[in-house]
Design a binder for this molecule. Structure first.
Ligand code: 0O2
Length: 222
């Protein structure tokens, strides 16, 4: 480990000398830039697929994509929660959701089509797949998560960076944003269990609707 990278993010946050803090901040800023580049790479790959589909099959495999970089404070909180050392190396090794991209599709089938097309590209390494569509979470959460590694080409090196790609339908995304509110407001609610039950029912209803709409789409395309 070189003299810069063994400075932890925590030390940086506590530093009373801004110049020293900025100097030591550089490895962290570099790392965030690498993640941002990785996001751009995946976003471009997805856009290429979308353009190709639009031209060849007259249909878009996804409706929208949203990219996000985890906030530095959330990175520190997550590392602390997991009881991990806050070095740059440890952050890269232990967190796989610093760079996140959400792909919103119209139909469940499209999720598998796009994710497979992305996963089979020869510069992508799939590290982990969590299929919460085939195996929904008990609260009703459904999405397909891929943790992938993608190379980014810097001026003098090639680096593999991890990106979490979440695929879900429009309805699943709508549901997840409401469910996200429950997670943060749970302690201030009068009847959190009741809300959770109602959300679970909604999850099941929208799933049935997603598959029904897919059936109709397939009939229309026959
Ligand atoms: P945020 O604010 O969206 O970033 P890990 O991240 O690996 O430590 P875990 O639980 O093994 O934790 O990962 P998992 O299940 O793959 O979930 C990662 C992300 O999926 C979450 O990130 C959410 O974005 C989303 N997610 C997972 N489960 C749910 C759920 O029940 N409801 C909703 N709305 N989203 C979910 P963060 O960091 O939790 O949140």
């Amino acid at each position: 480990m070189d003299s810069q990278t063994d400075i932890t993010v925590e030390t940086l946050m506590n530093s009373e000398n801004p110049e020293i803090a900025l100097k030591h901040m550089q490895p962290f800023l570099d790392m965030m830039m690498w993640y941002e580049c990785a996001l751009m790479e995946i976003e471009t790959k997805l856009k290429v697929l979308n353009n190709e589909f639009a031209l060849q099959y007259n249909r878009n495999p996804f409706e929208s994509i949203k990219c996000r970089l985890k906030k530095p404070l959330s990175i520190v909180e997550k590392m602390k929660r997991k009881g991990l050392d806050l070095s740059i190396e440890s952050i890269q090794e232990n967190l796989s959701d610093i760079a996140g991209i959400r792909v919103i599709c119209s139909f469940p089938e499209d999720i598998y089509t796009v994710s497979q097309l992305l996963a089979k590209q020869d510069d992508i390494r799939v590290i982990e797949t969590k299929d919460y569509i085939r195996n929904p979470k008990p609260n009703g959460y459904r999405s397909l998560h891929l943790i992938v590694e993608i190379p980014i080409f810097l001026s003098n090196e090639k680096k593999y960076m991890k990106v979490e790609v979440q695929f879900r339908t429009i309805a699943m995304d709508f549901w997840a944003s409401l469910d996200h509110k429950l997670k943060y407001k749970k302690n201030n609610l009068k009847h959190p269990e009741l809300i959770a039950q109602e959300l679970k029912k909604c999850a099941d209803t929208i799933t049935a609707m997603d598959y029904k709409m897919q059936e109709i789409r397939n009939l229309l395309e026959e």
